[in-house]
Design a protein around this ligand. Structure first.
Ligand SMILES: Nc1ncnc2c1ncn2[C@@H]1O[C@H](COP(=O)(O)OP(=O)(O)OP(=O)(O)O)[C@@H](O)[C@H]1O
Ligand SMILES: [Mg+2]
Length: 455
């Protein structure tokens, strides 16, 4: 009975994708920012050591015998030692004359005194960092500018950076995994709310059209609100349809009964054989119509209720007792003994009105198709499962017809001239179907039909 729903995508997947996607982007940005900051800090560290080294060399510059001389104090080189054995290069200029070191290191413009400059360069295909400082010495012939450049390869720096990057990558990954787990959790708790609502609605009995009162998250408020409105409208419509069915049955049967009683009364007065025959076939046609109207309306009611079962604990023995009482006058007309053989209450979960209708049709058949002065017995065995069997002493079924008799408007050979519409077994079959049971038709060994409903 599940209607097909047009589904496009999943809220949960969408939410999880957005959250994990966001976490991934955030982790990557975190990685890049932390790495850039770390690179900047590491570079500042190298620069300040290079600067200290340049300053300590510059501080040894003196003018001796009119010439500029410098020393490389031990500390100026030892401070540049790194774990990666970075190579150190230097160049010393007086003005633009190379006094010592590697010419290639000279910066294009010597920086002003006390303002060291730092540049990146490549030397022997290695990336190097060059620090350059200038000092003005006053000689007898005027000021002289001494420029010292000290360069260092960046192996230790890049190793530090790689270490940092690795750690930050791990951190980013851990962050990503944790946020993904959180995202999945958030997505599933969010969709859980929807599932809980779905479960609470599907678990209801079909007759339960009461509004959803359990608290739901505010986002689901409008949905539940319109669902409640829809259900109350449906409830109203269902109640009206039930009334309509009852009203229609009444309106069709009542005038037919009136016509029938007039026809019967007229029949008493008419003597002419031809007229009597006409009236008799008229009464029969009215009986057929009235029966058909009743059975059609019962069938409509069964179909309708079958989709909206009012499930409750039903005692089959009680229903059968009532039916036997009600139908005993009909049985008496044919001198049929109608008896119920049941050992106490037989409780099943079902729709009492539907079950009563089905059982009435089976008893009705047994009485209708049995000859005078026979027995109709109703058995209610409770083991292994509850079932109801109606046995009669009539002609039984034509074996070739058994499989088709519960079809709509199908009447069998045994129907002969009996009034009927071929809907009784259809109704019984539909009722037992919606109760999840089975109906079997068979002939008894001792003659007669046996129709059973197994629950
Ligand atoms: N107890 C029975 N004994 C013999 N034949 C039966 C019995 N019950 C049903 N049948 C056969 O099965 C056919 C279908 O039964 P069903 O109750 O569906 O229709 P109906 O009795 O003909 O009409 P109605 O809708 O008025 O009950 C009957 O026409 C009859 O031939
Ligand atoms: Mg019948």
């Amino acid at each position: 009975m599940n209607a097909k729903v047009n589904v496009s995508g999943s809220l949960r997947t969408r939410l999880a994708l957005i959250l994990t996607g966001g976490a991934a982007i955030f982790a990557i940005v975190l990685f890049l920012v932390v790495r850039a900051l770390a690179a900047q800090i590491a570079q500042q560290g190298q620069d300040s050591i290079l600067n200290a080294s340049v300053s300590s060399v510059l501080s040894t510059a003196v003018i001796r015998d009119g010439r500029v001389t410098l020393d490389f104090p031990y500390s100026s080189l030892s401070m540049l030692n790194t774990a990666s054995d970075d190579r150190v290069y230097y160049a010393i200029y007086e003005g633009s004359t190379l006094l010592s070191g590697y010419e290639e290191l000279q910066t294009p413009v010597p920086p002003p005194p006390d303002r060291p400059s730092f540049t990146d360069a490549t030397f022997n295909q290695d990336a190097i960092r060059v620090a350059t400082g200038t000092r003005i010495l006053i000689a007898s012939d005027g000021p002289r500018a001494v420029t010292v450049s000290i360069a260092q390869t960046q192996d230790a720096l890049s190793e530090t950076l790689n270490n940092i990057s690795r750690n930050v990558a791990f951190l980013g990954l851990a962050f990503f995994l944790l946020s993904s787990a959180l995202a999945l959790w958030a997505a599933s708790t969010t969709s859980d709310q929807l599932h809980r609502l779905t479960r609470s609605i599907t678990r209801r009995g079909p007759q339960d059209l009461s509004p959803v009162v359990k608290p739901v998250p505010s986002e689901m408020g409008p949905l539940v609100g319109s669902l409640n409105t829809l259900m109350s409208r449906l409830d109203h419509t269902l109640a009206r349809s039930e009334d309509f069915i009852a009203e229609a049955a009444h309106r069709i049967r009542t005038p037919l009964a009136t016509v029938r009683s007039h026809a019967e009364a007229t029949l008493q007065r008419v003597e002419h054989t031809e007229n009597r025959a006409a009236l008799q076939s008229m009464v029969r046609a009215i009986d057929e119509s009235s029966r058909a109207a009743g059975q059609l309306l019962d069938h409509a009611m069964v179909t309708f209720r079958g989709e909206n079962l009012a499930l409750e604990d039903v005692d089959l023995t009680e229903i059968l007792n009532e039916l036997v009482q009600r139908m005993t006058p009909v049985a008496d007309l044919k001198d049929i003994s109608l008896s119920l053989n049941s050992k106490g209450p037989a409780i099943i979960v079902g729709d009492a009105i539907l079950l009563q209708n089905a059982l009435r049709n089976l008893i009705d058949n047994a009485l209708k198709y049995s000859p005078m002065e026979t027995e109709v017995e109703i058995l209610v065995p409770q083991t292994p499962k509850i079932s109801v069997s109606v046995l009669d002493g009539g002609p039984g079924f034509d074996v070739d017809e058994i499989s088709t008799l519960s079809g709509r408007f199908v009447r069998g050979k045994s129907a002969q001239s009996k009034v009927g519409s071929g809907l009784g077994l259809t109704i019984a079959q539909e009722v037992i179907d919606v109760h999840g049971g089975t109906m079997t038709l068979r002939n008894r060994a001792e003659g007669g039909a046996c129709v059973s409903l197994h629950f």
